[in-house]
Design a protein around this ligand. Structure first.
Ligand SMILES: [Zn+2]
Length: 317
């Protein structure tokens, strides 16, 4: 394929108007080479998920010194208000109805502030041939890449993570929350999309940033935007989540079993830890896995309230 030296532009894109009259806008980078596919990449829909944004700076350095076929559109901070507030979601003062940006895709021109913002980005997404939506989990989550359909699976494999998580079929999880994620909205529109969940929210973690930058380059190779073939791991585990996590049945202190870690395989009735009353020392719940699978998140934040998520175990496909 005939590739061309990249032409780079960075422009401001207005997403919505704030109550004060000032705008919410984002920076959109456009890297253009010879004719080819368009790939849309964004990070920081959730304001504390910084490693995607940091990975995009590495990608910028690479793309501006190479040749590509196609166009790469990059939005380093998709949700600047959440980022500025160092918060996971958009401040409730700006959108009490839809504070989580990753629940409103493809957005709405006449909707709430969050829906309008997503819509303005969706106009970029809908012209793309592939979407990468960079997220990070907590330190208690196994790094993985999420996808929904076969076309997206090829991109997820190319990204190069050792763990891939396939969403339950949409008909089995028809709730609005699930349907409003960028990757599911893109899949409905026929655009392959992946959600890499890199390690460690709230801080820039050098190794997660490197894996993010390498993963994006791998996907761009898979799309023939960049020269070369994806560099992917020898072993790969695909697991499926039905979105049904293990929750606290009572409030108290949670102690995970010291020898259990994310990535471990468990079977039904494997003990994951226990909740007890810190006042009386009474054990309130022996927390067990309900099915066989892989532990892909296990909370280390010990104070838990009834109903709170403790762990996710997903079936290995
Ligand atoms: Zn996120």
């Amino acid at each position: 394929m005939n590739r061309k030296r990249v032409t780079h532009t960075a422009t401001e894109r207005r997403l919505a108007r704030l109550p004060s009259g000032s705008d919410i806008s984002v920076t959109v980078h456009r890297y253009e080479g010879s004719p080819g596919p368009t790939v849309y990449v964004q990070a920081a829909q959730h304001g504390i998920e910084l490693n995607g944004t940091a990975a995009l700076r590495r990608l910028h350095d690479h793309l501006t010194s190479t040749e590509i076929a196609g166009t790469v559109l990059v939005v380093p901070i998709a949700n600047p208000r959440a980022f500025d507030h160092r918060s996971y979601v958009t401040p409730h003062a700006l959108d009490a109805v839809n504070s989580n940006m990753n629940r409103v895709w493809p957005g709405d021109d006449d909707g709430t502030l969050q829906e309008r913002s997503a819509r303005r980005l969706w106009y970029l997404v809908e012209g793309a041939d592939a979407v990468i939506d960079l997220h990070t989990g907590s330190a208690d989550m196994l790094e993985h890449v999420r996808f929904q359909d076969d076309d997206s699976e090829a991109l997820a494999e190319a990204f190069g993570s050792e763990y891939l998580l396939v969403d339950a079929a949409e008909e089995n999880a028809p709730d609005r929350d699930f349907r409003g994620k960028l990757r599911t909205a893109a899949a409905r529109a026929g655009i392959p999309a992946i959600t890499p969940e890199l390690s460690n929210s709230r801080r820039v973690d050098h190794s997660a940033v490197q894996r993010g930058a390498t993963g994006i380059r791998n996907v761009l190779r898979k799309m023939n935007v960049l020269d070369g073939v994806p560099d992917t791991p020898v072993t790969r585990t695909v697991f499926r989540s039905d979105g049904d996590c293990i929750r606290a049945e009572d409030s108290g202190l949670f102690e995970p079993r010291p020898d259990i870690e994310v990535g471990d395989r468990v079977s039904p009735e494997t003990t994951l830890g226990s909740i007890y009353s810190p006042a009386t020392f009474e054990e309130l719940q022996t927390v067990t896995a309900r099915e066989s699978g892989i532990v892909y998140s296990l909370t280390r934040e010990s104070v838990v309230a009834a109903g709170e998520k403790l762990a996710d175990v997903a079936e290995i496909v």
